[in-house]
Design a protein around this ligand. Sequence first.
Ligand code: ATP
Length: 226
Amino acid sequence: MRYGDVVAVDGLDLTIERGTITAVLGPNGAGKTTTLETCEGYRRPQAGVVRVLGLDPVASRRDLLPRIGVMLQQGGAWGGVHAMEMLRHVASLHAHPLDVELLGTRLGLGDCGRTPYRRLSGGQQQRLGLAMAVVGRPELLFVDEPTAGMDPAARRTTWDLLRELRAAGVTVVLTTHYIEEAERLADQVHIIDHGRLVLSGTPAFLTHGGARRLEDVFLEKTGTVL
Ligand SMILES: Nc1ncnc2c1ncn2[C@@H]1O[C@H](COP(=O)(O)OP(=O)(O)OP(=O)(O)O)[C@@H](O)[C@H]1O
């Protein structure tokens, strides 16, 4: 995937197993969001092949939309909408949504009250984005930096929710800059740099059974030690 002269994703080859949590790590500009957006069907691959639940994400977008959940890095709601109003709306678009009130309470959306979306804090917007992504009971969930800007309690709630989804058979693909998050949550970690895959494995494999810190492995492999 290129943007003009910039090569954002370059021969990236990876497969994600169903029912697992996969973390895609990489420095700023490594190509994580572009990769996710291509899998989500927002971008048509300029070369190569992408299959999501066995389907072409662009050609089969209508079939895939009810089956996947997407949490974008930013946005996804109208500026003037209230959090619970937005969540109820998204739920109404799905055949068998989760209980909106329970989900909203769990993710602290009740606290957002009548504040319009554009005035919510970054962490509150993230919580709503996560709720919108999971409310339709997706089989596959893409979450781009889900806990960025969240306070520690909201981060824990998010981790618990993602683990519960995995236990229920949902496949979760996340990007994060919090290496600890990947270490705690992910079954499989892929590190990408300059649009290429540089290392893959379970957290235990990558850290030699905990003998190394994943952050050190990440910095070494991506050459980002300053
Ligand atoms: N719409 C766009 N137009 C031009 N260049 C873009 C566009 N989107 C991304 N890029 C460039 O493509 C490269 C990959 O960007 P991408 O957003 O996929 O990286 P990322 O790994 O998600 O980064 P971050 O961790 O900072 O979110 C970067 O060099 C970025 O500047």
